[in-house]
Design a protein around this ligand. Structure first.
Ligand SMILES: Cc1ncc(COP(=O)(O)O)c(C=O)c1O
Length: 373
């Protein structure tokens, strides 16, 4: 198996720990272990007594119970805990796809969602977002046209990275109907779930379609990426067993302390999500004022959910050069569309970090000083 470079991770490797103004991060503001433990009386003492041996392959039962409470039709036995969200993407694709299979994937999207399938030798068709008058849009009729007799998987990412688009429940049901006709599996990366800006939560895919795999994680909406803890939920026992057997070759099990801390975080999940949601909303308002000052320069493309958005930048030079110059001169990091292999002058901005306003004003300094307006 030969994997192409993961463009986004290569870019972050270069800048994430050197650029002082990270204006494109996809995770919400994090916290210390001490701050997390403070959510639950007595948790600090229990944490110190954590056993550092191996944990269960499927994941700690108490943790799985907390995860299953997020769902309507999923029990703790339908949850398989993993290291972050990247491991289960890799494992699902490897456990389920064979060379020659066809997959349809939302696009643009987090690269591993189609790249692992490419590396396995599958043919991947892109179901592309287009820019509507009011943000990004998807056409379900287009999806129908992309389905082939050998389509095995539809890979979705909703809320989407980078567009901030989230499928509505009727759209989710329509896609499930298309998949069901042909027994197609749905792999649904839902790592930004819980941050719907219209306040209406959507179901998890595993709740509405038996052959769906829902992917969740502590990294994004909860802002706890350092725990490296994610999970899949599915009612399809064949997929589940294949993924367990694949996991024997990857992480075997997750870290016990991370499982403990994730359990605490999920028990108090609504408070953490509320905190992160109000930060995102505050930052989106700051950004709206900023964009309205430069109407010729930006198309806002407001997100529907999550901490990221994919804005259009009306400049003549390639957006990748613009971003390189910006980080070199001002230390402000933006993600150019080329990182997603997506054409056009788009930039990803992140709204979940506390220092958003400071990062944005550095960006504005650059625009003004360089006469970009
Ligand atoms: C859509 C999506 N899926 C998966 C991941 C990987 O998450 P993790 O860092 O928890 O492995 C990311 C990270 O940016 C993501 O945006």
């Amino acid at each position: 198996m030969r994997l192409n470079d993961f463009k986004l991770e290569v870019y972050f490797d270069k800048y994430e720990f050197t650029a002082p103004y990270l204006l494109c991060q996809s995770d919400c503001e994090s916290m210390t272990i001490e701050e997390l433990l403070a959510y639950e009386p007595g948790a600090k003492e229990k944490f110190m007594k954590n056993w550092l041996g191996y944990t269960e392959v499927q994941g700690n039962p108490e943790l799985r119970t907390e995860i299953s409470k997020l769902y309507k039709n999923i029990s703790e036995d339908d949850i398989l805990v993993h290291v972050g969200a990247q491991e289960p993407i890799f494992n699902f694709m490897n456990a389920i796809l064979n060379p020659g299979d066809h997959m349809v994937c939302m696009f643009p999207v987090y690269q591993s969602l189609f790249e692992v399938a490419n590396a396995i030798g599958c043919k991947v068709s892109k179901w592309e977002f287009s820019q509507g008058g009011n943000g990004w849009v998807l056409d379900i009729d287009e999806l129908k046209k992309l389905i082939k007799p050998n389509t095995k998987v539809i890979a979705l990412n909703s809320p989407n990275n980078p567009t901030g688009y989230t499928l509505t429940e009727p759209e989710m049901k329509k896609i499930a109907e298309i998949a069901e006709k042909q027994g197609i599996y749905i792999f649904s990366d839902e790592v930004y779930k819980g941050l719907e800006l219209d306040g209406q939560s959507r179901p998890w895919y595993a709740d509405i379609y038996e052959n769906a795999v829902s992917l969740g994680v502590m990294s994004k909406a909860y802002g706890l990426a350092g725990l490296r803890l994610g999970w899949i939920a599915t009612r399809n026992s064949e997929i589940f067993d294949k993924m367990v057997r694949f996991k024997h070759y990857t992480s075997i099990c997750t870290s016990g302390p991370s499982e403990f801390l994730s359990t605490i975080a999920l028990k108090h999940g609504h408070k953490i999500l509320e905190k992160n949601m109000s930060l995102i909303k505050e930052h989106l308002e700051v950004a709206e004022d900023f964009f309205s000052k430069y109407p010729q320069l930006f198309v806002n493309n407001k997100p529907m959910a999550g901490p990221i958005a994919f804005h259009q930048l009306n400049i003549l030079q390639p957006v990748a050069d613009f971003c390189e110059d910006l980080v070199a001169k001002k230390g402000v990091l933006l993600l150019p569309a080329g990182i997603y292999s997506f054409d056009g002058n788009y930039i990803r901005m992140g709204y979940g970090r506390k220092n958003f306003a400071a990062c944005l004003s550095k960006f504005e300094e650059y625009i003004v000083e360089n006469d970009i307006v």
